[in-house]
Design a protein around this ligand. Structure first.
Ligand SMILES: [Zn+2]
Length: 205
């Protein structure tokens, strides 16, 4: 099975579906992560260009830990366009990699980058059989999990991958045990210890 996970910023994919990606690798599936920006505005007053370089490296470290491939596009943080340009670039990657399943951000989200990433990904991946939307701390309360993946054996590695985004350590959401708590809650919903919850945009077997 071939898996593509798309995130707006370094760390989105780890938060939303990192455990599932680690599980795919344990099952010997081929996994590629695509990050659309360098996350230059996710700092605590840092210089934007320096931060992009730091965050690329952090994302590479996390990808190495999860044992997945990673590609970056060069859009500016907070300015991902919802235009043909970005759709065409993702289409090209999809045509080459031919994923069976794509993980994308949930479209209803307070961050415009997450909303645009979700929209362009749906357009670019219109022929992909399985499109699952992952949840993030900025997802609206309309997120309703209807698909769960048991990540119990992989929760430690997922949390470790998030911690590798050292530059984001100032964010409460990553400091607190929020992500672990969320996965515990999704696990409770699905009667396992830890799970990631998804909203299915399309799921064709
Ligand atoms: Zn993000």
């Amino acid at each position: 099975m071939k898996i593509l996970a798309i995130g707006s910023h370094p760390d989105d994919v780890e938060i939303g579906c990192g455990g599932s990606l680690i599980k795919h690798r344990a099952l010997k599936h081929s996994v590629k992560v695509l990050v659309l920006t360098g996350g230059g505005r996710g700092g605590d007053g840092d210089d934007e260009d320096d931060l992009v370089l730091t965050r690329f490296q952090e994302a590479k470290n996390a990808a190495d830990l999860m044992d997945v491939d990673i590609d970056f596009f060069d859009y500016a943080d907070t300015e991902i366009p919802g235009t043909h340009d970005v759709i065409a670039r993702i289409e090209e990657l999809v045509a080459e990699f031919k994923p069976d399943r794509v993980y994308i951000p949930f479209e209803q989200d307070s961050h415009q980058d997450h909303r645009n990433t979700s929209r362009v990904a749906k357009a670019a991946c219109r022929k992909v059989k399985q499109i699952l939307e992952y949840e993030e701390p900025s997802s609206y309360s309309t997120f309703n999990a209807n698909f769960w993946i048991d990540i119990t054996p992989h929760i430690e590695k997922k949390l470790e991958a998030i911690k590798l985004h050292v530059s984001q350590g100032h964010k409460e959401i990553l400091k607190a045990k929020s992500i672990e708590g969320l996965n515990l809650y999704r696990g409770y919903q699905s009667h396992v210890q830890y799970a990631e919850g998804f909203s299915t945009f399309r799921y064709l077997e």
